[in-house]
Design a binder for this molecule. Structure first.
Ligand code: CAA
Length: 259
């Protein structure tokens, strides 16, 4: 049975879970309460050993999320903006379980930034990505300038943020912003398939891989390589390493326990 919060619906289908932003009448605009609830739910799933991969999507066929809630922000003070949801965004950034964003329709502003907090992105053909904050006199504030620059390079990031140009699903695929594009409406099913693929792998290795790839954004190459080497060696302390290699040599399928 799906578990319904005020803004978020969580559907567990072990070993995966689907988390849906459920505010379709406002195109899933991200108000502070919603982002906090999302962080709460993702953290709860992250603590749950039975859940190995999370799909994150938006309700309705028009939007993944059309950005931060402009009505809530319009009269906010700088202090309210600084405290409003940034802690929650940071909590989402720290989720160790892989997250796959399933994007249908608009992923704009904070919506695009949220999709970029995920580890893979599956887009429906009707997906549109963008950072339109410039049109309302502000700029991306939940990582848009940084993650776009690192993902697409300076020039495309500049164009997207400076002109509010929207990027189609196909362009996003060509530019390396999404993993795959599927016919309209099939993004959640495809993301679930991909999540099942991840979820059947050795769980400790999965978490270490996420940690190591994300570390590539934060560390010089030499430090990242040293970090990877330590995590790699540490996996030889797991039963799953023994089982994976035993099964390979015995020409059998491994059974991973997550320890
Ligand atoms: N905040 C609050 N409400 C929003 C919203 C948002 N970001 N996006 C859409 N809505 C609301 C609309 O106000 C409207 O509500 P009502 O029916 O009560 O009037 C409802 O959702 C449907 O939206 P539209 O009628 O506008 O739908 P449309 O199909 O005509 O247009 C759209 C769709 C082009 C996405 C348009 O809604 C739009 O431009 N939205 C704003 C996009 C935006 O600027 N996002 C960035 C926000 S700032 C940000 O995100 C900062 C950050 O970095 C964290």
């Amino acid at each position: 049975m799906p578990e319904q919060q005020q803004y978020i619906v969580v559907e567990r289908d072990e070993p995966i879970a689907v988390v849906t932003i459920n505010r379709p009448d406002k195109l899933n605009a991200l108000n502070w309460g919603l982002v906090a609830e999302l962080a709460d739910q993702l953290e709860a799933l992250d603590r749950d050993d039975a859940i190995r991969c999370i799909v994150l999507t938006g309700a309705g066929n028009k939007a993944f999320a059309a950005g931060a809630d402009i009505a809530e922000m319009s009269n906010a003070t700088p202090v309210q903006m600084a405290t409003g949801s940034f802690q929650s965004w940071d909590r989402i950034r720290r989720i160790a379980t892989p997250i796959i964003a399933a994007v249908g329709g608009y992923a704009l502003g904070g919506g695009n930034e949220l999709a970029m907090h995920a580890d893979m992105i599956v887009a429906s053909e009707n997906a549109q990505f963008g950072q339109p904050e410039i049109l309302i006199g502000v700029m991306p504030g939940a990582g848009g300038t940084q993650r776009l620059a690192r993902t697409l390079g300076k020039f495309r990031a500049m164009e997207i943020c400076l002109t509010a140009r929207r990027v189609s699903a196909q362009e996003a695929l060509d530019w390396g912003l999404v993993n795959r594009v599927v016919p309209e409406g099939q993004h959640v099913e495809e993301a679930k398939r991909l999540a099942q693929e991840v979820a059947k792998q050795a769980p400790v290795a999965v978490r270490f891989i996420k940690e190591a790839v994300l570390a590539a954004y934060e560390t010089p190459l030499q430090d990242g390589l040293a970090y990877e080497k330590r995590l790699f060696a540490l996996l030889f302390a797991t039963e799953d390493q023994k089982e994976g290699m035993r099964a390979f040599l015995a020409k059998e399928k491994p059974t991973f326990q997550g320890r």
